[in-house]
Design a protein around this ligand. Sequence first.
Ligand code: ADP
Ligand code: S3P
Ligand code: MG
Length: 196
Amino acid sequence: MADDLNPLAAALNGRIKRTVVLVGLMGAGKSCVGRRLAARLNLSFVDADTAFETAAGCTISDYFARHGEAAFREGERKVIARLLDQEPMILATGGGAFIDPTTRARILEGAVSVWIRADLPLLLKRTVGRDHRPLLKQGDPAEILGRLIETRHPIYAEADIIVDSTDEAPDATVGRVLTGLADHLNAARTAGDVTR
Ligand SMILES: Nc1ncnc2c1ncn2[C@@H]1O[C@H](COP(=O)(O)OP(=O)(O)O)[C@@H](O)[C@H]1O
Ligand SMILES: O=C(O)C1=C[C@@H](OP(=O)(O)O)[C@@H](O)[C@H](O)C1
Ligand SMILES: [Mg+2]
């Protein structure tokens, strides 16, 4: 129930000193959960994909078609570096952002990272019929996502916090992120890390 989240969010009031970066595969729910999480924590929400599209003046699909994936990755890296220099916020990244070694190093050094983890059936269910993800149009989405699970999951596992997204309402995942953040900050405090 949504109201159960209030005490969890209240316990984090004033304790978020670094941007919280959501990572994970397409369809995991980073954008959806990130927006709700930000509202709960009274922090601003930015979706790195939207920020990229604003900077580029076109959709990610159009950008891929015109300039290719490598150019997108370069722009994505710059957009996220700029966002990480701003005041703490909730930042939903696109699924490939944390895979870039430079972006990953910056996130691990200066932010709190949360992997929103979901299994293949759920990722498929949430991405089917949506046509704004160019990578999923390059073949069979199940095969593509299956391959990305193999290559990317070990990298997402480097995140500070791991939260499972299940076939429940988005607020169930928001609650797990809030709990994960509280545990993470408590552990950092116990370890004497006052920067977190
Ligand atoms: N429990 C849930 N958590 C997150 N997203 C959900 C959930 N249930 C349905 N969705 C839907 O799944 C779709 C994909 O989510 P999105 O946030 O765009 O994923 P991502 O940004 O990780 O690619 C959205 O349409 C969202 O509304
Ligand atoms: O996984 C990826 O490489 C991508 C994920 C997308 O974002 P979402 O994960 O929010 O769908 C978007 O950045 C682009 O289509 C590439
Ligand atoms: Mg997204």
